[in-house]
Design a protein around this ligand. Structure first.
Ligand SMILES: Cc1ncc(CN)c(N)n1
Length: 226
C-alpha cells in the first residue's frame, strides 16, 4: 500500500470531517451565508500568502531540477490563479486588494499558516510536502464532491469556487503532490514516517478548524491591531 493511501486509511475520521463540515456542505447546496463566505475569502487570502511561501521553500529544498521547476510552477499558479480567484471574489464582495492584504489574520489562520511554515522551514522536503498535502488533496476532493451536487458549479456566488477546485488542472496539481509524498516517503525510517504522519494529521485537523473558524467568524476575543 502506498504511504498516502495508508494516511487516508489511518486518519479517515479526521479526513472525512474536512468534507462534512457545514461550511462545505452549505457551500455546495448554495445556502451558505454570504457573510461567512466573505469572512472565509479574506482569511483564506491571508493564508494563501504564507502557503505560497511553502512552494518557494520547496524549490529551495528540492534536490533535482525537475522537482524545483514543479514547485516554481505551483508557486506561480497559487499567486496568479488561486489568489486571482480570491481577488475576483473580493471585487464582487466590495473588498479592495489593499483591504485584503491588510486584513488581520484570525488566531486559526495564524496558527495554521505558522505551523506549516515551521514544518517547512525546519524540516526536510518530505516534511514540507506532508504539511501541504491535506491542503491540496482535501480541496480537490471537496471540489469534486460538490460538483456532483446539481447546480453547485453554476451557482452565482459559489460556482466559480466549485469549478476551480474540481477542475482537471487543480486535480493534476493535487495528484502531483500525492505522488511526490509517496516518492519522498520511500525508504524512510519508522521515526521519520511517524513524523510525516503527525504533520499530515495536524494539517488535516487544521483544515477542519479553518472551516469552523470561517463558519463561526472566529476572531481574537479582545482588541484589534487595525
Ligand atoms: C485553508 C486552505 N487550505 C487549502 C487551500 C487550497 N489551496 C486553501 N485555499 N485554503
Amino acid at each position: 500500500m502506498s504511504f498516502t493511501q495508508h494516511l487516508i486509511d489511518k486518519y479517515q475520521d479526521a479526513w472525512r470531517q474536512t468534507q462534512l463540515h457545514p461550511f462545505v456542505q452549505e457551500l455546495g447546496q448554495g445556502t451558505l451565508d454570504r457573510e461567512k463566505f466573505r469572512f472565509y475569502m479574506i482569511q483564506d487570502y491571508l493564508y494563501l500568502i504564507d502557503y505560497a511561501k511553502l512552494f518557494a521553500l520547496g524549490a529551495v529544498k528540492a534536490t533535482d531540477l525537475k522537482t524545483m521547476g514543479e514547485f516554481g510552477a505551483l508557486l506561480h499558479s497559487i499567486l496568479h490563479e488561486e489568489m486571482g480567484l480570491h481577488r475576483s471574489y473580493a471585487a464582487q464582495f466590495g473588498i479592495t486588494e489593499e483591504e485584503l492584504e491588510k486584513a488581520e489574520p484570525s488566531p486559526i489562520t495564524l496558527a495554521y499558516s505558522h505551523y506549516m511554515l515551521h514544518a517547512a522551514q525546519n524540516g526536510s522536503l518530505a516534511e514540507l510536502t506532508a504539511a501541504l498535502l491535506p491542503c491540496m488533496w482535501s480541496y480537490w476532493e471537496i471540489g469534486v464532491m460538490l460538483k456532483e451536487i446539481p447546480g453547485a458549479a453554476d451557482h452565482p456566488d459559489y460556482g466559480e469556487w466549485v469549478r476551480m477546485y474540481s477542475s482537471e488542472e487543480f486535480g493534476e496539481l493535487a495528484q502531483w503532490c500525492i505522488r511526490l509524498m509517496d516518492r519522498l516517503a520511500e525508504g524512510k525510517s519508522g521515526d521519520d514516517l511517524a513524523r510525516l504522519e503527525t504533520i499530515f494529521l495536524n494539517t488535516t485537523r487544521y483544515e477542519t478548524m479553518f472551516w469552523e473558524m470561517a463558519y463561526q467568524g472566529q476572531m481574537w476575543p479582545v482588541g484589534s491591531s487595525t
